[in-house]
Write a protein that binds this ligand. Structure first.
Ligand SMILES: Cc1ncc(COP(=O)(O)O)c(C=O)c1O
Length: 388
């Protein structure tokens, strides 16, 4: 380990993604129905990529605005006005190279080594990994899995805030649990942050995949201009653009130069031709998102009903996002279970052990897929569960 031992501790200690490890195990098997990764099965629609092709043909292949092209920042402001009400200043939006980069830049903006950020667990593993790579400490507050579904104990959240806490990372609707904060919970979280004088990083990327209304309750419904809050977001899920790697941050305009600098010294901006596609996604893509949400709702019922009918799983239908997060009686080790299920039942699932405390015995299935695939996966899983 001549070279490895000579790296920084953060680089050396970064764990392999538990999801990717299972994917790599069976990546080349064509019979596997892949529900392990957090994306749907649809390629990006043509109304989006046509704009990108045109941009490339027009020669838009040069360096561009660090913060994002003005047309995209305006489209983001309009999109927020349509779906969250009010008016939004284009100067509050910064285009990033993915939601992941939006998270990374938010962590860089807020935390120095030794600082703490509190997050709700189980959660998407990249969130706490991004914190730890930066030298900050990720402090979990576990959601409780109850008869009513996943719930947040606000007293536990309050107790986790200490002198080193810089921010609360709130992902709602949540990947992987589907837990979705209601307005009262958002208000209580905001009050906690206000009292403690700390930031909120709001990850509401699944807000349009909310099954009890047009969109999930949002911090945007209750924040004022004085609140310390950064919104991280992405084009990946709503518009089937996971491979594009384009996202955004919404933050107070006072931070414009800071985010411009952080973008400059990381990616130096998102390619202009991709931003042209992103403009079309926002301006023309409302119906497309509704269609995807309809597919997700149908698939959610199919998969969850089939799993619950086995009487051997712990699962409640998620309120938001597009994941079933369930445990199987008698199979407590989710990593072992995920390898066995892909080997024996040819269904790819993500092991909950990778999602932080509280997720150990659960498995995550992404159900945003065509009906016959979801039916086949549900059938294979039900047979596996019944015979184990
Ligand atoms: C909760 C959450 N936040 C952020 C992201 C980032 O998405 P991307 O990096 O594809 O833009 C994901 C992706 O799975 C996610 O689940």
């Amino acid at each position: 380990m001549r070279f490895f031992d000579d790296l920084s501790p953060q680089a050396r200690n970064t764990p392999e993604s538990a999801i990717v490890a299972v994917v790599n195990h069976a990546r080349l098997r064509e019979d596997v129905i892949p529900l392990w990764v957090g994306e749907g099965d649809q390629p990006t629609p043509s109304f989006i990529y046509d704009a990108t092709i045109k941009s490339l043909r027009d020669g838009e292949t040069f360096y561009t605005w660090q913060r994002g092209i003005p047309e995209l920042r305006q489209a983001l402001a309009d999109y927020h006005g349509r779906h969250f009400g009010g008016t939004h200043d284009p100067e509050t939006f910064y285009v990033t190279g993915s939601g992941m980069q939006a998270i990374k830049l938010s962590v860089e903006a807020l935390c120095k080594a030794g600082d703490e950020m509190v997050y709700l667990s189980p959660t998407w593993p990249n969130i706490f990994a991004a914190l730890e790579i930066s030298g900050a400490r990720a402090v979990p507050v576990t959601l409780d899995c109850t008869e009513r579904g996943w719930t947040l104990d606000l007293e536990k959240l309050s107790a986790a805030i200490g002198p080193a806490t810089r921010a609360l990372f709130i992902n709602t609707p949540s990947n992987p649990t589907g837990w979705t904060a209601n307005r009262e919970e958002l208000q209580a979280i905001l009050d906690l942050a206000r009292q403690a004088g700390i930031w909120i990083v709001a990850d509401e990327i699944y807000t349009r995949f909310y099954f009890d209304g047009h969109r999930a309750p949002s911090f945007l419904d209750i924040v004022s201009e004085d609140d310390r809050i950064l919104f991280v977001n992405t084009f990946s899920k709503n518009w089937s653009m996971t491979g594009w790697r384009v996202g955004w941050i919404k933050a107070p305009p006072e931070l414009g130069q800071v985010f411009e600098n952080l973008i400059q010294y990381s990616t130096s901006g998102v390619a202009q031709f991709m931003q042209r596609g992103a403009v079309e996604a926002l301006n023309q893509g409302d119906d497309y998102v509704e269609e995807q949400k309809g597919r997700a709702a149908h698939a959610r019922d199919l998969l969850c009903d089939a799993l619950m009918a086995t009487n051997r799983v712990r699962l409640l239908k998620p309120q938001g996002a597009f994941y079933a997060f369930f445990s199987i009686d008698g199979l407590e080790n989710s990593s072992e279970a995920a390898y066995r299920i892909v080997d024996e039942a040819a269904v790819g699932l993500a092991p909950g052990s990778g999602f932080g405390p509280g997720g150990e015995s659960f498995l995550r299935a992404c159900f945003l897929r065509r009906t016959d695939h979801v039916e086949a996966a549900a059938d294979r899983l039900a047979r596996f569960i019944s015979s184990n």
